[in-house]
Design a protein. Structure first.
Length: 263
């Protein structure tokens, strides 16, 4: 019945045509009205939709990337914030300081470094930042913080790098004492050699000793006294002392010489 009436009623046909036209037009418009990044949007206006995956942030009435994403103006796409994590940070320990570096590209970001609970927060300058006045031979965790504004929000991205400072240079020899005299065919004696400790957490020392002739010897020690070293009296010996930290990084080397007392 209704079909019959429609077929015969020219006015209805024209109306239906218009209706169809409007529906199509609306769809076309809403497709065109997909708002680009940064464009104004309004949630109550159904014709004004942000271009997916952009979402309308109602605080600002602006089409922005979803949470945990940022807008990369180069690719013109929303990218994961994980991409912003600093991957190319290197930190090395000196005796009293830690020096961290970033690639040149990263240094344009607002990036800082601190270690453990130290109050020093050092900004990177030309890709490098140095935290001074640290303890020698110590394990630190450097926290690199990048602060930037993404999508109208302040974002903080952090990375951590573990680093050991070098132990301080060990001190000089403080005593060489003849201990038990023992007759040997080489006319040698037992000596105790004591040196000054490094500042800092030393895992072990390597003490090397030689004379101008063929004699050379090496000791690994946790203490600062090496007992019962077989040396000749009245002879000049050259030594070197190196301290190693818990990650087996060496200090600067202390070198010197001493002469054993004559018989
Ligand atoms: C959003 O749309 C509503 C209804 O059209 C309007 O009253 C309101 O002013 C709009 N807000 C903005 C920020 O455009
Ligand atoms: C720094 O933090 C690390 C990890 O928490 C810890 O193992 C280390 O001992 C700390 N170093 C200092 C000097 O506090
Ligand atoms: C310790 O040394 C190893 C090998 O050299 C290195 O891979 C590691 O990163 C070091 N750890 C720290 C905390 O410096
Ligand atoms: C010194 O380093 C060792 C690892 O070599 C660690 O076990 C110890 O806790 C450190 N001591 C201090 C006082 O930092
Ligand atoms: C520590 O370093 C020294 C010298 O570089 C090396 O001879 C030694 O094998 C290292 N020890 C460990 C445990 O890596
Ligand atoms: C070590 O001490 C001796 C004598 O005390 C001195 O002659 C020598 O210069 C010192 N060496 C260093 C490296 O300080």
């Amino acid at each position: 019945m209704a079909t019959e009436r429609f077929k015969n009623d020219k006015r209805l046909q024209v109306l239906a045509l218009f209706a169809l036209y409007y529906v199509l037009l609306n769809q076309l418009q809403s497709a065109n009205a997909e708002i680009q990044h940064g464009g104004t949007c309004n949630s109550t206006d159904s014709g004004n939709v942000c271009k997916p995956p952009l979402v309308c942030k109602l605080e600002f009435n602006v089409c922005l990337c979803p949470v945990t994403q940022y807008y990369d103006s180069r690719t013109q796409k929303c990218e994961s914030e994980n991409n912003l994590k600093r991957k190319n940070i290197k930190c090395r320990g000196e005796t009293d300081s830690v020096i961290c570096s970033l690639s040149q590209d990263d240094s344009i970001l607002n990036t800082y470094v601190s270690v453990n609970s130290s109050s020093q927060v050092i900004p990177f300058s030309q890709g490098q930042a140095e935290i001074k006045h640290l303890s020698p031979g110590t394990y630190y965790v450097a926290t690199i913080t990048s602060k930037f504004v993404i999508e109208f929000y302040n974002k903080i991205i952090t990375s951590t790098v573990a680093v050991w400072t070098k132990p301080d240079k060990p001190g000089n020899i403080s005593s060489v004492r003849k201990t038990k005299v023992q007759e040997t065919s080489l006319e040698s004696y037992w000596y105790d050699i004591t040196f000054e400790a490094s500042r800092g957490n030393v895992s072990y020392y390597i003490f090397m000793i030689k004379n101008t002739k063929e004699y050379t010897n090496s000791f690994e020690t946790k203490k600062t006294t090496i007992s019962n070293v077989l040396l000749k009296p009245g002879t000049t010996y050259f030594f070197s002392i190196t301290a190693y930290n818990g990650n087996n990084t060496s200090s600067d080397v202390t070198e010197g010489s001493f002469k054993t007392n004559a018989e």
